[in-house]
Write a protein that binds this ligand. Structure first.
Ligand SMILES: Nc1nc2c(ncn2[C@@H]2O[C@H](COP(=O)(O)OP(=O)(O)O)[C@@H](O)[C@H]2O)c(=O)[nH]1
Ligand SMILES: [Mg+2]
Length: 289
């Protein structure tokens, strides 16, 4: 198949995005966790934050205070995130930025929790009680929920991994004398719009097995070239003329040495490598939305 045909192809295969264990976890959150939670840390990936907002979760948590954590800020376009924060705040959402891998964000996240619960904390203080507040940590797979809890507690209390779907059971973890946090498995929803599913795939929230990596890598590079041309030009020393992006993409593949026998380009290996590079931040700080 030529790259032209690949580009015209639809990337997704028929996929069940909402397997039984996610359905059960969502039910458990709805039936048990949400009633006792004082507030929610809703962890989004700053490279595609709006794609991480789950319409199914929104329906069940709207009556609790929610802090939208724009996480992985170290990999994202901070200017664009400032704009997105303004858009969210105009909708009445409370937002903070975070890098779960960096302890320096601990204070800011805890302060946001204290702020969002300030009325409750004051009322309890007047009554002379200092309860432990319960915080539910939600988000699609791989946005950094477990890493955030570990960072806040200062210990590795919950397992983090760069493969989506590692946290299965809901676990409560004490982070200090004031808060206990519940780590939840990432929850998706059954039907995605195509752009949302691609954005979630690029940032690693969906299983790669569900995608044709050759298509996914090509489409990502095309988007990056449109949105962040300088980053890509610098990375690949683009100083030559080209007619369309397909021609340029072939040059990227050749430059990186993704060639098979008979001088054919190995699009699968190239696609996967470009996706890995993007996820590792090798094309710079990028936000896709
Ligand atoms: N660069 C960067 N990586 C992060 C950040 N937060 C989490 N990660 C990484 O993202 C991957 C998924 O993290 P994890 O906490 O398991 O996500 P969860 O599925 O939401 O619990 C792991 O490889 C983490 O090291 C962050 O703020 N910045
Ligand atoms: Mg986890």
């Amino acid at each position: 198949m030529s790259k032209n045909e690949i580009a015209d192809n639809v990337t997704e295969k028929k996929i069940n995005w909402f397997p039984g264990h996610m359905k059960n976890a969502l039910q458990d959150i709805e039936d048990n966790k949400i009633t006792i939670a004082d507030c929610i840390l809703y962890v989004l990936d700053s490279r595609a934050p709006t794609a991480c907002i789950n319409p199914k979760v929104d329906k069940i948590v709207h009556h609790k205070p929610i802090i939208y954590v724009l996480n992985k800020i170290d990999l994202a376009d901070e200017k664009r995130i400032e704009e997105i924060q303004k858009e969210y705040e105009a909708e009445g959402k409370i937002t903070i930025t975070s890098n779960s891998s960096n302890n320096q964000f601990r204070g800011a996240v805890k302060n946001a929790l204290k702020k969002v619960l300030s009325d409750k904390i004051l009322r309890n203080k007047d009554k002379g009680i200092t309860p432990t507040y319960k915080v539910l940590v939600l988000g699609v797979p791989n946005t950094g929920k477990s890493t955030l809890i570990n960072m806040l507690s200062g210990e590795r209390k919950t397992k983090a991994s760069n493969t989506p779907g590692v946290t299965r059971a809901n676990q409560w973890i004490r982070i200090d004398e004031m808060f206990i946090l519940c780590d939840t498995p990432g929850i998706l929803w059954p039907k995605f719009d195509e752009e949302i599913s691609k954005n979630l795939a690029y940032i690693g929230c969906l299983s790669d097995k569900q995608f044709d990596m050759s298509d996914l890598g090509y489409e990502l590079m095309k988007i990056l070239y449109e949105k962040y041309p300088e980053n890509i030009k610098q990375k690949f020393d683009v100083d030559y003329e080209f007619n369309d992006f397909i021609e340029l993409y072939d040059r990227f593949c050749i430059k990186r040495g993704f060639i098979m026998r008979k001088n054919e380009i190995d699009y699968t290996r190239a696609g996967k490598a470009f996706i890995d590079d993007f996820r590792a931040g090798k094309f710079g700080k990028i936000t896709l939305e």
